[in-house]
Design a protein around this ligand. Structure first.
Ligand code: HEC
Ligand code: HEC
Length: 158
């Protein structure tokens, strides 16, 4: 177990609610998402888990908020500052680069994401309830709270 992971477990012994409504201690304990981040970056989609992109990727995302995947998600500097600090502190330590060597803007294009999700059949991605891999909560029923544990996983069917 890494030092950081250990610190997190000591500092944030959270309890999560599984899809079945039962309370269970999670093996995947993480720091609760920052409230400003959740408010500003969790309105159009779930507040994506900070530790799934590198700091360089998060900086690239935040630098382009005025043209954010076809949306304008601009924020004023005072709001942006704590969000940038939060994301940078919690970011993935390993680089998340594209084939062009530039930081990826999408979690769903990272190698770990593709690897972790490679067994999902093509038709599942195309279901009306899924449509986009960025729609994490279509399968991870507790994604809103940053919980991606297997207990809260529900693969949609036709
Ligand atoms: C006005 C709506 C809106 C707001 C506010 C917003 N986003 Fe997004 N975001 C989108 C859309 C639309 C997409 C593309 C979703 C898709 O591909 O299905 C997206 C995608 C993303 C992705 C890539 C998801 C993937 O494919 O892995 C990241 C990362 C992201 N947003 C981060 C943020 C952050 C950080 C903030 C806050 C600073 C934010 N978003 C605020 C609309 C928004
Ligand atoms: C179509 C359904 C689907 C969507 C959409 C989806 N996932 Fe997953 N996810 C899965 C499945 C299935 C697994 C594999 C679970 C396993 O094999 O243990 C998985 C695994 C994971 C894991 C590893 C969990 C663990 O305990 O090791 C993480 C983290 C994760 N997904 C995050 C995300 C994020 C973040 C998004 C959105 C950007 C997302 N997923 C979108 C279905 C989905």
């Amino acid at each position: 177990m890494s030092y950081v992971k250990m610190l997190r477990m000591i500092m944030a012994p959270t309890v999560v609610f599984g899809a079945n409504g039962l309370t269970q201690a999670s093996g995947q304990v993480s720091i609760p998402p920052d409230p400003i981040y959740v408010q500003e970056c969790g309105s159009c989609h779930v507040p994506y888990p900070a530790r799934r992109l590198s700091a360089a990727s998060w900086r690239a995302v935040l630098n382009g908020l005025d043209r954010h995947f076809g949306s304008d998600a601009s924020l004023d500097p005072a709001t942006l500052k704590p969000i940038a600090a939060y994301l940078e502190a919690q970011a993935r330590r390993r680089a998340t680069l594209g084939e062009d060597g530039q930081p990826l803007l999408r979690i769903t294009e990272t190698r770990w994401f593709r690897h972790e999700h490679e067994e999902i059949p093509e038709r599942t991605w195309k279901l009306p309830t899924v449509q986009s891999p960025a729609h994490c909560e279509a399968c991870h029923t507790a994604a809103e709270r940053g919980n991606y544990s297997e207990h809260a996983l529900h693969l949609p069917r036709e």
